[in-house]
Design a protein around this ligand. Structure first.
Ligand code: PLP
Ligand code: ZN
Length: 457
């Protein structure tokens, strides 16, 4: 790359070694580090660039990482801003689980789940906000804000509370109730906009021009975006510094998928992982909002916006900013972008919960459903390493799980009543008896003797 080096961005912490400036992804023009997000020459998106040569060799870099905190900030050398303890909620370093039971069902020996539902506000958004919030303070902003499909608002509100900053979070009207409460509890100003996320986003871009607020995914988007790279670094480190053969990633704006791909590329470049083929990158969308999957299917290079209509609200972005880059990455890596129906999403939530003990939200159900479809189609070799990114948690979309969750059986507090219920459950057999009778494997999970109304829970 013939990028002129812009001079290292020396800051408080000694940890940021390589961040060198911003660069337009379209025309390559470079800029100083700052709260800027669009190229003044071509309006292309800006992203941080690094002086990789300033970093130590692989052994030393690994040692620096290993001695860092058990959070995403262990990779501070590869982030565009220094760690800020005032805003930090210790996002990241989430579990990577070997999914033996789901893997067996799908014919995969080496299926892994990156469980990012266990972040401070229960979605991967804490990673991107952690970087953006640190950048906001670094640039002297006093207010944090965002345009959100729900999870981002949770995370911005929480990080602002932690830093003692006022927060303004903008969401489309009609979000899941739990996703509103999980923002409101931190006491931000919540603005419900009568429109889609894309309307919210457009409005926020206008407000960002008027007010000196740090909109994490508008004027601070280059910093926000980089936080998602840590989902590549962590997976590689947790695999013993190996790169998976396939990854399955949910797609809303597309940033997550683009930056995970960038993260793996950087690891190769820095020789933190053995020279190996880049992972094949698969994108997962909900059919009710699948502009990228459609463009992929139709062989187009550009994404036509859609009006979302899906239960996967956290993926409901009809005009995805990074859609075009997702298409390029999926195609050039040998991956695909697939869309699944709301019914398949709900079944994906149920499948993950009963095979692996992870309760994910609709975005995770989307990922699991696409994973399953690709496995059934033979897209993965039996012993290839496949990583599916589970990005959010099920309690936030409880309504979606209601229909596929098992039910309690209500009994009198007597042994006889229990034996009776057990007998009925077994008699109900394959369909109903698994939970109580304990003979179930990968089906059922339902305990629903006749006469027990759904409300008895
Ligand atoms: C925001 C979000 C995504 C998608 O992120 P993009 O970077 O916008 O593609 C996936 N899963 C969950 C749970 C999210 O909240
Ligand atoms: Zn440009």
């Amino acid at each position: 790359m013939s990028t002129p080096l812009l001079g290292r961005w020396l800051m408080g912490g000694a940890s940021v070694l390589a961040a060198a400036g911003l660069q337009c992804r379209e025309c390559g023009k470079t800029f100083l580090m700052g709260p800027q997000y669009a190229c003044d020459a071509c309006f292309g998106p800006l992203e941080p660039i690094y002086d990789y040569g300033a970093l130590p060799g692989p052994a030393q870099l690994r040692a620096r990482i290993a001695s860092g905190p058990a959070s995403m900030w262990r990779y501070a050398d590869l982030l565009p801003v220094a760690h800020d303890p005032e805003t930090d909620l210790q996002a990241g370093f989430t579990p990577l689980l070997h999914a033996r039971r789901l893997g067996r069902l799908l014919g995969l020996e080496r299926l892994f789940l990156k469980n990012d539902a266990v972040n401070p506000t229960w979605s991967f958004k804490d990673r991107v906000v952690s970087v953006a919030a640190a950048a906001a303070r670094r640039f002297g902003f006093e207010v944090l804000a965002c345009a959100s499909t729900g999870n981002l608002a949770n995370s911005v509100a929480a990080h602002a509370a932690r830093a003692g900053m006022p927060a303004y979070v903008f969401i489309p009207a009609g979000l899941e109730r739990p996703k509103v409460v999980t923002s409101a509890i931190y006491h931000p100003t919540i603005v419900e906009v009568e429109g889609t996320y894309d309307d919210v986003n457009r409005l926020c871009a206008q407000i960002a021009d008027e007010r000196p607020w740090a909109f994490v995914n508008v004027n601070l988007r280059p910093f926000y975006a980089e936080g998602a790279k840590t989902l590549a670094y962590e997976v590689a480190e947790q695999l013993g510094w190996h790169v998976p053969d396939h990854i399955v990633v949910p797609v809303a704006s597309g940033n997550l998928l683009v930056k995970i791909t960038k993260g793996f590329r950087e690891l190769q470049r820095l020789r933190l992982v053995e020279a190996s083929p880049a992972p094949r990158v698969h994108g997962a969308q909900a059919a009710g909002c699948s502009p990228v999957a459609r463009a992929f299917r139709e062989g187009r290079e550009y994404v036509d916006p859609v009006v979302p209509d899906t239960i996967a609200r956290s993926l409901a972005i009809g005009n995805p900013a990074d859609g075009r880059y997702v298409l390029q990455i999926a195609r050039s890596s040998g991956g695909v972008v697939e869309a699944v129906s709301d019914q398949e999403i709900v079944e994906g939530i149920a499948l993950l919960a009963r095979t692996e003990g992870i309760f994910t939200e609709t975005a995770g159900g989307t990922t699991v459903a696409v994973l399953q479809r690709l496995a059934e189609r033979g897209a993965f070799g039996r012993d290839e390493t496949v990583v599916a990114y589970i990005t959010g948690m099920g309690l936030k979309t409880l309504d979606a799980a209601e229909g596929v969750a098992g039910r309690a059986v209500t009994i009198a507090p007597t042994l006889r009543s229990f034996e009776q219920a057990l007998h009925e459950a077994v008699a109900a057999g394959g369909r109903a008896g698994h939970g109580l009778a304990g003979n179930g494997h990968l089906h059922g999970g339902r305990l629903q003797p006749a006469g027990v109304p759904a409300s008895d829970r």
